[in-house]
Write a protein that binds this ligand. Structure first.
Ligand SMILES: [Zn+2]
Length: 421
C-alpha cells in the first residue's frame, strides 16, 4: 500500500501542469491533450475511482517486450513515446508500479543456443539495467518482492527481468545461476520454438516433447535459486512435467483461458486448477488472438492477404534482421487494425472472471505482452489505459481488495514464496 500523501504529491503537480498547459498553450495542444484524456484516460467518477485504486495499489505487469525496442531502437523510456505501448510517462499515468521486461531471444534470428543467443540476451539485460543507471530518479532495478514494495512506496518505477525461452542458457545448467545473478527473476523453457529440453506450444516438436532430464534439472535449479518458473508458451506436456517437478509455485506470465479462446498458447481448465493448487498465478495478456474466440483464425487469413506487403517492407528495410522484423511488424500493426475486428477490455476481463470462478481470486494477475504484439484491445492501447481494466472489474462487482490482488498482490505473494530458501 502506498501512503495517500504520495497520491497527493502526484496528483497536485499533475493538475497544476495541466492547468498551465491549457491556459497558456496553443489551441492545438489543448485540443489534442483533451481528446487524449477523454478517449483513453479517466474522465467520469467511476474512472477516477479506478485511477485512484491504481495510484494506491501496487500494480505489476509480468510481461512486456519493450526491451527489444531499447536495444534495436535505442529509445529513451523516460520520455513519452509517440508509438508503442510503454514508457515511464505512461506507466505513471496508468498507475503501473513495476514492469517485468522480457529478455527475448528470437530463435529464428539468434538460434536456440550458442554465443549468438547468449549475446542477444545479455545486451537486453544491459539495456534494462541502463534504465536505472541513466535515470535513477525514475527507475530502480528490483530483485525481490520487498524491492518492489519499497521502490513503489518511494514513487519510483521498478524494473525487473524475465527470460522468455531458455535459449540463452545454451543448455548449460550453470548459466541459470549466471542469469539469476544478472537479475533475471523468471524464465520459461521455450518460446515458440522448442529447446532440446522443453517443448513449445508453437511447433511440431512440442506435440510430444515435455521436459527432458536436463529440463527437470533446470527446474530444480530455479527452485534452489529462487527464480520463478514461467509456463507461458510451453507445450501441454512440458506444462505438466514442470508442475510435477517444481517444489514451488509456478506462474504463467502471459496466458489466457482456452475455455474462452481455444488456442494452444492458452491454458485449459485442468491446467489452471493445477497451477492454482501449487499456489501459482495465471497472468492474462491483451493480445486479441489469445483473448477473442476466432480472432486468431481471422488473423491467419489476413496474414495470407498481406504477405507481399509485409515482404516488401522487409526488403526495403536496409537494417539488420531485427530492423527487418520491425519493418514487417509495422505493416502488420496497420493492416490488423484495418482488417480485423476490434476487441475490448471487457473480453480480457472475461478471462479473469473465468479463472476466478474456477480457482478463486488468489491466482490471477496481469501480463500485458505490450510491445510484443501487433494488435491491442481498443481501450487498452498502452499502459496508460490500465485503469480501464480496473474500471471493468469494478463494474463487475470486484472489491478493491480483489483488485489489489489481481493488479499485483498475487504476484508479490508468489515472489515471496519462491524467494524462501
Ligand atoms: Zn510471449
Amino acid at each position: 500500500m502506498k501512503p495517500r500523501t504520495q497520491l497527493l504529491r502526484i496528483l497536485i503537480p499533475a493538475a497544476f501542469v495541466s492547468l498551465c498547459l491549457c491556459s497558456a498553450n496553443c489551441r492545438m495542444t489543448q485540443t489534442s491533450e483533451t481528446q487524449n484524456v477523454n478517449t483513453s484516460r479517466a474522465s467520469s467518477s467511476a474512472d477516477v475511482d479506478a485511477l485512484s485504486i491504481h495510484r494506491r495499489a501496487i500494480a505489476i505487469d509480468m510481461h512486456a517486450d519493450t526491451t527489444q525496442r531499447l536495444v534495436d531502437e535505442n529509445l529513451d523510456l523516460s520520455n513519452r513515446l509517440a508509438d508503442g505501448h510503454l514508457d515511464a510517462v505512461r506507466m505513471k499515468e496508468g498507475g503501473l508500479d513495476a514492469q517485468f521486461f522480457s529478455i527475448w531471444v528470437e530463435p529464428q534470428l539468434y538460434g536456440t543456443g550458442g554465443a549468438s543467443a547468449t549475446r542477444r540476451a545479455d545486451v537486453q539485460i544491459e539495456a534494462v539495467r541502463a534504465l536505472a543507471e541513466k535515470h535513477p530518479d525514475t527507475w530502480e532495478m528490483a530483485l525481490s518482492a520487498a524491492d518492489i514494495r519499497r521502490i513503489s512506496a518511494e514513487g519510483k518505477l521498478a524494473a525487473l527481468m524475465g527470460l522468455e525461452g531458455g535459449y540463452a542458457i545454451d543448455e548449460k545448467l550453470e548459466n541459470v545461476e549466471r542469469y539469476y545473478k544478472l537479475g533475471v527473476r523468471y524464465m520459461s523453457g521455450a518460446w515458440s520454438v522448442s529447446t532440446s529440453w522443453a517443448g513449445s506450444s508453437g511447433d511440431e516438436a512440442g506435440r510430444t516433447l515435455g521436459l527432458s532430464d536436463f529440463g527437470k534439472q533446470v527446474i530444480r535449479e530455479m527452485n534452489r535459486l529462487g527464480m520463478m518458473i514461467d509456463v507461458s508458451h510451453l507445450s501441454d506436456k512440458a506444462f505438466w512435467d514442470i508442475v510435477n517437478t517444481s517444489t514451488k509455485p509456478v506462474i504463467a506470465t502471459h496466458s489466457n483461458a482456452r475455455a474462452i479462446a481455444d488456442v494452444p498458447r492458452n491454458l485449459d481448465d485442468e491446467m489452471i486448477r493445477a497451477l492454482a493448487a501449487k499456489g501459482g498465478v495465471v497472468c492474462v495478456l491483451f493480445y486479441p488472438a489469445f483473448v477473442e474466440p476466432g480472432w486468431d483464425e481471422k488473423k491467419k487469413q489476413v496474414d495470407t492477404e498481406i504477405s507481399s506487403l509485409v515482404q516488401q517492407a522487409s526488403d526495403r528495410e536496409p537494417g539488420d534482421v531485427a530492423h527487418k522484423k520491425m519493418a514487417r511488424d509495422r505493416v502488420r500493426i496497420v493492416e490488423y487494425a484495418k482488417r480485423l475486428p476490434p476487441v475490448t477490455v471487457a473480453r480480457v476481463v472475461d478471462h479473469i472472471d473465468h479463472i476466478v470462478k474456477l480457482v478463486g481470486i488468489d491466482h490471477v494477475g496481469v501480463g500485458s505482452d505490450f510491445d510484443g504484439i501487433q494488435a491491442v484491445p481498443s481501450d487498452l492501447s498502452s499502459v496508460a489505459d490500465l485503469p480501464n481494466l480496473t474500471k471493468e472489474l469494478l463494474k463487475r462487482g470486484y472489491t478493491e481488495q480483489d483488485i489489489d490482488k489481481i493488479l499485483g498482490g498475487n504476484i508479490l505473494r508468489v515472489m515471496e514464496e519462491v524467494e524462501k530458501k
